[in-house]
Write a protein that binds this ligand. Sequence first.
Ligand code: ADP
Ligand code: ZN
Length: 439
Amino acid sequence: MKVAYYDKKMETLDRDKLEKLQLKRLRATVDKALEIEFYHKRLSKIGILSGNDICSLSDIKMIPYTTKEDLQSGYPESFLAVPGDKVVRLHTSSGTMGTSTVIYHTAGDIDSWSALTARSMFAAGARNIDVFQNINAYGLFTGGLGMHYGAELLGMTVIPSGAGHSIKQIHLMRDFKTTIVHATPGYLLHLYGLMQDLMISPAELSLRKAFLGAEPYCENTRDKIEKLLQIEAYNSYGLTEMNGPGVAFECMERNGMHVWEDAYFMETIDPDTLKSVEDGQEGELVFTTLTREATPLLRYRTRDLASIYTDSCECGRTHRRISRIKGRTDDMFIINGINVYPSQIEAVIMKHSEVGTNYRVYIEKKGALDKVIIRIELFKGAVEKYTQDELDRLKQRLTKELTDAIIVNPTIEFWEAGSLPSYGSKALRVIDDRNELLW
Ligand code: ADP
Ligand code: ZN
C-alpha cells in the first residue's frame, strides 16, 4: 500500500538527521528555558549557561527532571519564558488539591501544535473530505481546541460538538454525515448504547474512523468499538504539559503510537531509581519540548508508564512508537476522560464536621461509562445526633461540592463510624473495579 504523509520530509527523516535536528532544537530550548528563573538556577548550578553547553543529545541526562509539583509550585506565571504580549493562549491541567499546572502558548506554539495534530490525524487516514466531530470538552481541556485547530488546518469540516448532550451528538453525526469522531473510548461506547435506544444503526451513519484517547483502554475495548460501530479506531496520546493531543498517534498500521520526535525528545526511566531503561522495557515516559516558545519544559516526568517499540513501522515513518499507556506511577485516576486525584475528593469531604476519618472511592463501569461511588464514614455518634433530613441535606451538599471539584457526579453513601475497612500503613482509598486489563 502506498503511504501518504502530511509532512513527508519530517515524518520520514533519517534517524541521524532527526537526531541532529533534535540536538539543534534542544539547544534552542535550553536557551529559552534559561529565561525562566527556576531553570536558570538549576542549569547554572550544573554549568549550563547557554544551549551551546549541550554538546550531544546524551548531555540531556545532566539536567534534573521537571515534575508536576515543580509546575504547580510555579503557578501561575513562573514557567513563562516570553513577554506577556507574545502569549496568545493558555491551558491548564488539573492537579492535586485543585492546584493547576499552566502551559502558555505563543502564536508560533499554536501553529506548531496544530501542525502536529493535523499530522497525527492525517497519519491515521483523515483527509480534507472528512467531516470531523470533535466530541471533547472545549475550554481549558486540550482535547477540544487542540484537535480542532489541527482538523481545520487539515481542511476537514469540523463539528465542534464538545462534551455531553449525547442525543444531539448522534443526531449531528447522522445529519451531517460525520466520518470521523474524536472521543474517549468510554463515551463512544455510551453513544453506541444510546444509538440502540434511539433505533439508529451504525449502518445509517457515515462514520469510518474514531480517534480515541485521554484515558487508558485495552485492545479488547478497541476491538469492541470497531465491531459495534463498524469503524477503525486509532489510539491518541497527549498531555497538557506537552500541549495536549498530538504527542503520539497511531498510523494506519494501528500498532503502537508514533511519538513526533522532531517536537518531543522522549526518554523512558525507572520511576524508582530514575535511571534510563532500555527501549522495549516498560518505564515512565519523560518528555522535553523541542519547539515550544512560551513554556519550554525540560525532562518532564509524565507519570505515564509505557515502553518504546524497538522495531520500525511498515508505514515508513522514522519516529519511534510507544505501546499503550499501561498505567500511572501516581494515584491519579481517570474517570470518563477526566483526571481525578483522591486528594481532591478528600479536601471536599473532610471540610465537613459531620464526616469521620475514613472514606473509600469505588469506580465501576455502568454501561460504557464510569460511575463513582464514595462511601464516607460519619463521625462516631453522628447517626444518633442528626435527623434523616439533616443527613439527606448533607448528602446533597456533598454531591454538589464533589461534582464541582471533580466534574464527575458521584453517588454518596454514608456509613457508620468504623464500618469501612481500615488500612495498614498504606491507605487504599480507591477501588477501581472497572475490570479491564489496561493493555
Ligand atoms: P487530557 O485533557 O487529554 O486528558 P490531561 O493533561 O488532562 O489531558 O491528561 C493527560 C493524561 O491523560 C496523560 O498523562 C495520560 O495519563 C492520560 N491519557 C491521555 N491519552 C491517553 C491514552 N491514549 N491512553 C491512556 N491514557 C491517556
Ligand atoms: Zn507507522
